[in-house]
Ligand binder design. Structure first.
Ligand code: MG
Ligand code: MG
Length: 254
């Protein structure tokens, strides 16, 4: 694991990468509205990442277990699709939950972030799902400091989400990130307090709770996207977080 630790200099580069990603994601979020297609958001993401002197992280990337390389810049997952939804001519509707997941590479380093946008008038439970997922990410980030373990992060997410009567997705995980999009350690959204690896200064983690209204079980579609097995709604938030002596720093924030 030690080889994945980043120096202060490397974390500075990743922080600059993260600011650029946060800016792009903010624009995409503002554009996510009824009547536009997810393909439009993908093209916009591609253009804005280029303007930021960065490269799309997902385009051409083949995740472990996927049948082929990912053909788009953005993952746009609608309603019961949890992650890896492919942009298409689907027209976004009032009431949709749109998960925007985006990564970029800047000066040799990757950053990764995701948000869930509730479009227009969404149901009360859907709103609670989005809020709980975002809140669980915030709580997980607070746990990401020396003296804790990776298990503390997962335990915190799971405990909070279960308390809200929702379920974490156990088949998908967060991850270390740096010179590669996915590095060790895996960052599960469940776990035992004090379990797993110790959190160390220089770790950079993509922490990403994925939460559903139903059982949390998933199926895979032929396009490699993940969908809830019971058709229930899903939400997803993600930040790239650096562990420093002074605690966690969220890199993918404006
Ligand atoms: Mg992501
Ligand atoms: Mg990720």
């Amino acid at each position: 694991m030690g080889s994945n630790l980043k120096t202060e200099e490397e974390i500075k580069i990743m922080a600059e990468a993260g600011r650029r990603l946060a800016h792009v994601l903010q624009v995409l979020k503002e554009e996510t509205s009824p009547g536009i297609t997810t393909a439009y958001l993908d093209q916009l993401a591609f253009r804005l990442i280029g303007q930021a002197d960065a490269k799309p992280a997902f385009l051409g990337y083949k995740p472990e277990g996927a049948s082929r390389a990912y053909p788009y810049t953005l993952c746009a997952s609608i309603n019961e699709v949890v992650v890896h939804g492919q942009p298409s001519d689907y027209i976004i509707q009032d009431g949709d939950l749109v998960k925007l997941d985006l990564g970029l590479k800047f000066k040799g380093f990757y950053v990764d972030s995701a948000v869930t946008v509730g479009v227009g008038r969404i149901g009360r439970e859907a709103k609670k799902l989005i809020e709980a997922t975002e809140e669980s990410l915030g709580l997980a980030i607070e746990e990401a400091h020396i003296g804790n373990t990776i298990g503390d992060i997962g335990h915190t997410v799971e405990k909070y989400i279960t308390g809200k009567k929702f379920s974490v997705v156990r088949s998908l995980t967060g991850h270390g990130i740096g010179r590669h999009l996915h590095e060790d350690p895996q960052v599960l959204n469940f776990g035992k307090p004090g379990g797993g690896e110790d959190i160390e200064v220089g770790m950079v983690l993509a922490i990403e709770p994925m939460v559903t209204m139903g059982s949390g079980r998933t199926d895979t579609l032929p396009d490699d996207s993940f969908i809830t097995a019971d058709g229930s709604l899903a939400a997803h938030f993600e930040h790239t977080v650096a562990i420093t002596e002074d605690g966690p720093i969220v890199l993918t924030r404006l």
